[in-house]
Design a protein. Structure first.
Length: 171
């Protein structure tokens, strides 16, 4: 009888240790996923930009302009950064953010952002903007940022000199 008790007690202790170990493993799994499918480093992937199309050249919009992207599983909100080419007091830098600070950032967004940012772009002398987006989880941890998406504007919706994403020809 004594021998049987010694075998039962270690098994019960082992069961408690395995359960505690499993609880720690589950804490590293992204909410809403199956326990066997953890996200590497718990970092949300970059959203896929859907609107406007990257590289688009359009007529200056009247009113609000729409930026949109596909939802990311387990994202609570999204943050958008918009950058202006040729805007601001220091026009020496190609993109405003090259001066060391962002031009426009908005957080706590859903998967669409309607903004009058293009009016600001135009009033500051810019014709081209770039933007990117990233997901934020329920803990406030930022995910991977999307690549920059460039959009340009003109009176006719056709490319104008200097409106593309390439550097101007020095000749």
């Amino acid at each position: 009888m004594m021998l049987l008790r010694l075998r039962v007690v270690p098994a019960a202790v082992a069961l408690v240790l395995v359960t505690a170990s499993c609880d720690r493993m589950q804490a590293r799994v992204q909410p809403g996923t199956v326990a066997e499918e953890p996200i590497a480093n718990n970092v949300l992937p970059a959203p896929v930009i859907t609107r406007p199309g990257c590289g688009a050249v359009t007529v200056w919009p009247e009113g609000l302009f729409t930026l949109a992207w596909e939802r990311v599983d387990s994202a609570s909100t999204y943050t958008v950064e918009v950058d202006c080419r040729g805007c601001g007091a220091d026009r020496y830098h190609l993109w405003f953010s090259e001066s060391g600070s962002p031009w426009h950032v908005r957080s706590a967004l859903d998967s669409i952002y309607r903004t009058d940012i293009v009016s600001r772009l135009r009033s500051e002398g810019g014709r081209t903007m770039r933007w990117r987006v990233w997901a934020v989880d329920a803990r406030g941890v930022e995910g991977t940022k999307s690549k920059w998406c460039v959009a340009s504007f003109s009176e006719s919706g056709l490319p104008t000199p200097g409106s593309g994403s390439r550097e101007p020809d020095p000749r």
